[in-house]
Ligand binder design. Structure first.
Ligand code: NDP
Length: 379
């Protein structure tokens, strides 16, 4: 698969545009809940992680442990033994270890304010709805669900219960990405009209029996488009100030690892077409290692790379130079900002409606790739 043709990376030592970037960073800090020397909150929010896999274990639990705004107050897991180990390690009571089928008991856990759903994609809806039914605010991992109908049900359940619904879109809270959004929103270079992006991860070629749910269509809902591609969709919408595309075209890539990719695509490329004629050419794959996004306008350009979408600090370069902003832990920045959004009742940068928009786009891309036809996006 071809990767977008980008100019060679620019040295990080080129700090042209540093002053305006620093000003942008400072203005972002309170919004992102990053004021480390600010007053300590009177009470930390209690959070329960649902699904104790890699993302919960390696990223979210450590971020919660570092946060001034959160404490890990419980878990929902299919493994009671794992639950006990987590309760010991994170010092929460055994009564706050729940199973998926007993999530209604969350209603009896007053020390849990928020439930964070980190299970395979197709299970997000069921677990979100159960948490909302127990009166808890919900953060759900991306992709929000595997169908628009499930997204609607999740939004309705949270609205009906009077609780918040947010999607774990960590990059909305990452300073370089937030600055990219500002450039798009304020049309610093004019409206971005040409975009190119790719976000891929090389799974290797393990025996499917040794691999997990990501290649199982029922649990994943699709292949890399559902997983990594959602970030490229997000970046294209960010470049258009959160507008959705009006139509898409799509094409599945070749399958070179057939035993792994029997149920889901190995790779897919697609184009998003916006109302003003802007176009975004995008791709995602489970057999490549690439992560970048660039957007071009009449009076300049901006590029996220090195990598654009992984957990590291992205390199943001514009036609004015490298933009130097603080490096953050993505999960900590996201969680702290979401705590502020919940505590102040302010709108979220990543609400359920945004997750629903992205699933509508994903579904249109799959339909376009299957039919070979330009497909309208109905959001
Ligand atoms: P893992 O496979 O590592 O963990 C998933 C966990 O879900 C399992 O450990 C298990 O926990 C639980 N689970 C419940 N039912 C099932 C089932 N039928 N099959 C498999 N697991 C099940 O996945 P990840 O942690 O990598 O991903 C989880 C979610 O987080 C996904 O939606 C993914 O897209 C998202 N994610 C987001 C990232 C981001 O950057 N925002 C990065 C990585 C993942 P238990 O044993 O406790 O029941």
């Amino acid at each position: 698969m071809k990767t977008p043709s980008l100019p060679a990376p620019v040295s990080r030592r080129r700090f042209i545009g540093q002053l305006s970037a620093a000003a942008a960073a400072i203005s972002l800090m309170p919004r992102l809940g990053l004021a480390a020397d600010g007053p300590k909150p009177a009470k930390k929010l209690g959070i329960a992680l649902v699904g104790l896999g890699n993302y919960s274990t390696d990223e979210l639990a450590p971020a919660i442990g570092q946060s001034q705004h959160w404490r890990l107050a419980g878990v929902v897991t299919g493994s009671p033994e794992k639950g006990k180990r987590w309760a010991q390690r994170h010092a929460f009571p055994q009564r706050n270890i729940l199973g998926y089928e007993t999530m209604a008991r969350l209603a009896d856990c007053p020390d849990i304010d928020v439930v964070y759903v980190v299970t395979p994609n197709a299970l997000h809806a069921e677990h979100c709805i159960a948490a909302a039914g127990a009166g808890k605010h919900v953060i759900t991992e991306k992709p929000m669900a595997t169908s628009v109908a499930d997204c609607d049900a999740m939004i309705a359940a949270c609205r009906g219960a009077g609780v918040r619904l947010m999607v774990g879109y960590r990059l909305h809270y990452e300073p370089h990405t937030a600055e990219f959004c500002r450039l798009a929103r304020e049309r610093t270079f004019g409206p971005f009209m040409r975009m190119k992006g790719s976000n891929s991860f090389d799974m290797g070629d393990p025996d499917p029996a040794d691999y997990n749910w990501r290649v199982n269509k029922k649990l994943a809902g699709g292949g890399p488009l559902m997983d990594m591609g959602v970030y490229v969709i997000q970046a294209a919408c960010m470049a258009k100030a959160e507008e959705a595309p009006v139509a898409v075209t799509g094409k599945f890539g070749p399958v070179t690892r057939p035993r792994l990719f029997a149920q889901v695509e190995q790779s897919i490329s697609w184009t998003m077409e916006f109302a003003d004629g802007a176009l975004a050419d995008c791709e995602t794959s489970y057999a490549e290692q690439v992560s970048l996004f660039e957007a071009t306008a009449a009076h300049g350009w901006a590029r996220l790379e090195d990598p654009a979408f992984y957990y590291d600090e992205p390199l943001l370069t514009t036609s004015r130079g490298v933009v130097d902003l603080p490096k953050v832990n993505h999960q900590l920045a996201q969680l702290d900002a979401m705590a502020a959004e919940i505590l102040t009742g302010s709108p979220s940068l990543a609400p359920g409606e945004m997750g629903r928009r992205d699933i509508a786009i994903v579904k249109a891309i799959y339909a376009a790739a299957a039919s070979g036809q330009r497909t309208e996006v109905k959001v």
